[in-house]
Design a protein around this ligand. Structure first.
Ligand code: BEZ
Ligand code: FE
Length: 289
């Protein structure tokens, strides 16, 4: 094609891809290029504006290493990570949400009823709940992976003062589907905003806050893993989460309890926790088997 025009370049792109070995890859890239072309045409993008976009991507590389990925952060802050999660979501069961960058594989086992808090800074929180399948029955062999930030707002990976697996754990759920553990109340915090993704937030007048949340990944034999997170209903950032992860059924009351007898019977710190203590009840329904 030699007589390209702004109107014909998109079809030319598609024509050039006729021999792509994978039809799905071709369709995705032709669609992506088509949307980008429309974006340029509709906004009559200037050279300086496109250079700024390329510069942001170039700087993203400089901010990316094995601990931080600025491209994933762009995806999160643009709402793309959340949208990919939502378009693939199961319509039944507990909604999924974004994974975020702080999940660790193979974290130490946290006994059911165990303690992640260990008296560290922040307000202790007792979490208990039950995980069932679509028929309301517990699934034998369910494993619950947990991760969250510490009382100072930082994840273990962001804070050299913390043990590398602090506030990360893997709990074998009881045969009746129940689980309990003590942790700290997670706190709202800002995503890293010192790179080009942060510049984008500032250019949009957005802030970098995520509401406090507790991440969970549930793996049950015969079920797809459920990746989700839960938010206290009193958090002031619920309606402007920087990464668009909040779903209404994932917002829960965190209640203060003064009566020790009301805490789960198998809680290891039941007799020693400073009362009153925050509690959250988290019941989950697995995706269809
Ligand atoms: C988080 O869940 O902690 C998170 C998610 C996306 C970007 C940054 C942090
Ligand atoms: Fe998080």
């Amino acid at each position: 094609m030699r007589n390209l025009t702004p109107a014909s370049i998109t079809q030319a792109f598609a024509d050039y891809c006729a021999n792509a070995p994978s039809a799905r890859t071709r369709d995705l890239l032709v669609s992506l290029a088509g949307h980008l072309h429309s974006f340029v045409r509709e906004n009559k993008l200037t050279q300086a504006e496109w250079n700024a976009a390329i510069d942001a991507l170039t700087r993203a590389t400089q901010f990316t290493d094995d601990k931080r990925n600025e491209y994933i952060l762009f995806s999160d802050l643009l709402g793309v990570s959340s949208l990919v999660d939502m378009v693939n979501a199961q319509t039944k069961g507990t909604p999924s949400s974004v994974l975020g960058p702080f999940f660790i594989e193979n974290t130490p086992e946290l006994p059911n009823g165990g303690d992640l808090w260990h008296g560290q800074v922040g307000e202790p929180l007792v979490v208990s709940g039950k995980i069932v399948d679509q028929k309301g029955a517990p699934a034998a062999g369910t494993v619950l992976a947990l991760w969250q930030n510490a009382g100072n707002g930082l994840y273990a990976q962001q804070d050299p003062q913390q043990n590398p697996t602090n506030y990360h754990g893997r709990l074998n759920v009881a045969n009746d589907g129940t689980f309990a553990f003590t942790t700290v109340r997670p706190v709202s915090y800002t995503v890293p905003d010192d790179g080009p993704a942060g510049d984008m937030l500032r250019a949009l007048g957005r802030d970098a806050w995520r509401p406090a949340h507790l991440h969970m990944m549930i793996q049950a034999p015969g079920h797809k893993p459920l990746i989700t997170e839960f938010f206290p209903e009193d958090d002031k950032y619920l309606d402007r989460d920087a990464v668009f992860g909040v779903r209404a059924p994932l917002v829960l009351p965190f209640k203060k309890v003064a009566d020790r007898a009301a805490l789960p019977a198998n809680l290891s710190g039941r007799d020693t926790l400073p009362m009153p203590v925050w509690t959250a009840r988290i019941d989950l329904t697995l995706p269809p088997a």
